[in-house]
Write a protein that binds this ligand. Structure first.
Ligand code: ADP
Ligand code: MG
Length: 726
């Protein structure tokens, strides 16, 4: 659920240095430190991924104060401006890590072979020395950092085990431990980097320059220098550099990079187009509506980065357990030395066994099991135009039992069309024509943002009607609107508007009007009455009817949801019951809640949450914001164009493709399965090895292979989610 705004909470993401080791216990210490600051509510930090995400009360503290507090703890902050170089430095870091792994292997093999051939002692120890230095470098650095925060982590476990092996004359085992440890660390960093960068490749596909029209001439301008209102040209096959509205020309655009929808979208003047998408046919002139850094795709990338910094609940739990677990392993190791020694066992053997136990029991695989999977899932969604606003929501999506859909703009296309205009027989004003009624209605509705209003205004424009000015516009949510036109108040609304807002019973022509509404609604048409306030009361002038097309694929989508195990599917709408029921029958929805006021939508969601616990709400994000926030998982559609959706929902579908809704739940479920498998592998490997060691003992190299092997396995298993297509 979204953070409630009651205390004006804000969230900032700070990019911090990534630490070489594997442990993240130092991050917990920094989290505690920041949480002690006044005004800070929630902190998620990972040195492994280089993210710090802080939720704070903006009236008590500021991002600057928090950044200073981070710097006070000797943690380097990466400034926003350096972020473009981030990738480069990550890549060179990775190269250095890989080189260290190579040197470790070289040293280890040199040591082993020389020892074997009974060659020079100096060469053998030099080999092992090289292996220890390069294999232990990052782990030691990480362990020391964590110790400075008065905490211990798994890096320390590994270093101690390697030194322990050396101390009892098993340098090869220690070197091998360090080699596999540094190898799997490098793989893990690669995996995390992959999932973080997966989405960035999108922005790289956006051209750096636009062909801007200046005084009728085409000029090549860097996109950062293009302003809102400028017009640029794209030809067939070109990538569109910036967000804008088609000013002239017609064509089709492949928007897959942004929305994940592979079907090209036709574009004509007035349509919105997005930077990073491909113009397939036709030349377009496009007027810029957003600067480069505010474009839909930049925001998508920014939000995915932010999402990846928010931890999933499983990861929070595991992170919290790291420190006690590590201490437990140390305790176990000490006991495994002390007890047998006290019972008279031989020192070297006991110590060797204890070191084996320590390696086997270390939770490296457990710790990497979650981020590897969740980061990959978020990146995979991003490439399909599905934006999870945090790891938490990926896990929530796995558990949804009931789904509520908004009707207009979600199950239907929202391109409402006016179909009928009727003037009531016997209206006092005999000169009133259909066009006259429509222009009065359009005058009032010119002030409204509602989809019915837009349909009315569009119809008046199509008929080239003269639309008068309106004053004192007022709207009653979920019911209707009124305004003064030509010195008379015009009312437009549904049954409820005329029943409750205009309580004075004597409305002339209300009876026949309501009858007509009923007939029209039985045909599946949304309809409203238009009335005028005369000196002696209100009189119904006529009525208007509308239709809206159901989105293609709606019925299949509902079926897919059921096969994913969703138990109950509800439609919520402010529209009339009969109209709603028709659509529900057509797409296969279980329950219809119609004629709801916006606050009643919220109450309906609350009731569903009581009954089903995990409820998703799907809306188009504009007027559904409160309901989206109330649901366990709020999903907004069509996010490429709106900011509201990005703010309130937990998951944003950049495009309008309904098939992305089952995708969300499918990805959630797949991620949960991956997490379960990963944790089973991780804990299974530990249990198996520790059990075997206690019962009959295994050689240290085998424990090392089992331990590091399971770590690599869970990283790779998590990375598989990058390829999830639904
Ligand atoms: P929905 O988004 O499901 O259509 P709303 O709450 O926006 O729900 O609208 C519910 C009903 O209220 C509409 O079907 C219509 O009858 C009436 N209504 C709302 N706004 C207007 C308007 N601007 N003009 C006429 N009727 C309106
Ligand atoms: Mg709606």
């Amino acid at each position: 659920m979204a953070v409630t705004d009651s205390r004006s909470l804000s969230t900032c993401t700070v990019h911090i240095e990534r630490r070489g080791g594997r442990g993240d216990a130092g991050a917990r210490a920094l989290e505690r430190h920041l949480k002690d600051l006044s005004g800070v509510y929630d902190v998620d930090i990972s040195f492994r991924t280089g993210d710090a995400r802080i939720t704070y009360d903006g009236s008590v503290t500021s991002e600057e104060t928090i950044r200073d507090a981070v710097r006070d703890r000797n943690v380097t902050i990466q400034e926003e401006s350096e972020k473009t170089t981030d990738d480069v430095s990550t890549r060179s870091e990775l190269r250095q890590e890989a080189a260290f792994v190579g040197l470790t292997l070289l040293g280890m093999v040199t040591g082993l072979v020389t020892g074997w051939l009974e060659g020079s002692q100096i060469l053998m120890w030099a080999g092992y020395g090289v292996a220890y230095v390069f294999g232990g470098w990052y782990g030691l650095k990480g362990a020391i950092e964590t110790l400075r925060h008065r905490a211990v982590d798994i890096d320390l476990l590994m270093i101690v085990a390697a030194v322990g092996a050396l101390s009892i004359g098993a340098p090869f085992e220690g070197a091998m431990l360090l080699f596999l440890f540094s190898l799997s660390n490098t793989l893990q960093h690669y995996a995390i980097g992959r999932s973080r960068r997966a989405i960035k490749s999108l922005v790289e596909m956006r051209p750096d320059e636009a062909q801007v029209l200046r005084d009728g001439e085409e000029v090549t301008v860097p996109i950062d220098d293009v302003d809102v209102g400028d017009v640029f040209v794209v030809r067939p096959g070109d990538r569109i550099p910036l967000d804008g509205v088609v000013a002239s020309g017609e064509g089709t655009v492949d928007q897959a990079s942004l929305t994940g929808e592979s079907v090209p979208v036709p574009k004509e003047p007035g349509d919105e187009v997005f930077g990073g998408t491909i113009n397939e046919s036709g030349s377009l002139e496009i007027e810029v509506t957003r600067q480069a850094h505010e474009s839909a795709i930049s925001r998508l990338i920014h939000m995915v980065e932010r999402a990846q910094s928010e931890k999933a609940p499983t990861q929070r739990l595991i992170d919290r357990l790291e420190q006690p677990y590590v201490l437990g392993v140390f305790g176990l190791t000490i006991a495994a030395i002390a007890v047998p020694l006290a019972l008279g066992s031989e020192f070297t053997r006991t110590f060797y066994r204890a070191m084996t136990l320590m390696v086997a029991a270390s939770p490296c695989a457990v710790i990497i099991s979650t981020p590897a999977a969740v980061l990959s899932a978020i990146a995979s969604g991003g490439r399909q135009g599905v934006l999870f606003k945090g790891g938490e929501h990926v896990e929530t999506a796995a558990n949804i039992d009931a789904v509520a859909f908004d009707k207009t703009g979600t199950l239907t296309q929202g391109d409402t069309q006016l179909t009928d205009v009727y003037v009531r027989d016997g209206t006092a004003d005999r000169s009133l024509t259909d066009d006259g009624l429509l222009s009065l209605a359009a005058a009032v509705q010119a002030r409204s943002e509602h989809h019915l209003a837009r349909a009315i205004v569009a119809a008046a424009k199509e008929r080239s009607l003269d639309v008068p000015d309106a004053q004192r516009f007022q709207s009653v949510a979920g019911k209707g609107v009124r305004a003064d036109v030509e010195d008379r108040t015009i009312h437009i609304g549904n049954r409820s508007y005329f029943g409750t807002v205009l309580e004075e019973a004597a409305i002339e022509g209300l009876e026949p009007g309501l009858d007509r509404l009923q007939t029209l609604e039985a045909e599946g048409k949304t309809s409203v009455l238009v009335a005028r306030e005369e000196r002696d009361g209100v009189t119904v002038l006529g009525w208007l009817a509308f239709t809206d097309t159901i989105r293609p694929g709606a019925a299949e989508m509902i079926e897919d949801l059921r096969s994913l195990g969703v138990e109950h599917i509800v439609m919520l709408t402010g529209d009339n019951e009969r109209v709603a029921q028709q659509i529900a029958d057509e797409v296969g929805i279980d329950e219809v809640q119609a004629e709801l006021l916006p606050e009643e939508k919220v109450a309906t969601i609350e009731a569903l949450v009581d009954r089903y616990e995990n409820v998703a709400m799907v809306g188009d994000g504009v007027n559904d914001a409160p309901a989206l926030a109330t649901a366990t998982l709020g999903i907004a559609m069509g996010g490429a164009g709106t900011d509201v959706a990005l703010d309130t929902a937990d998951v944003v579908l950049m495009g309008d493709d309904l098939s992305k809704i089952p995708y969300v739940f499918g990805l959630g479920r797949k991620t949960r399965r991956t997490l379960t498998v990963n944790l089973a592998i991780a804990f299974g490997a530990i249990a198996l090895m520790v059990g075997t060691i206690l019962l009959r003992g295994i050689p240290l190299p085998l424990a090392v292979v089992g331990h590091e092997g399971s770590t690599v396995l869970v990283s790779l298993n998590g990375l598989r989610l990058l390829g999830f297509r639904g």
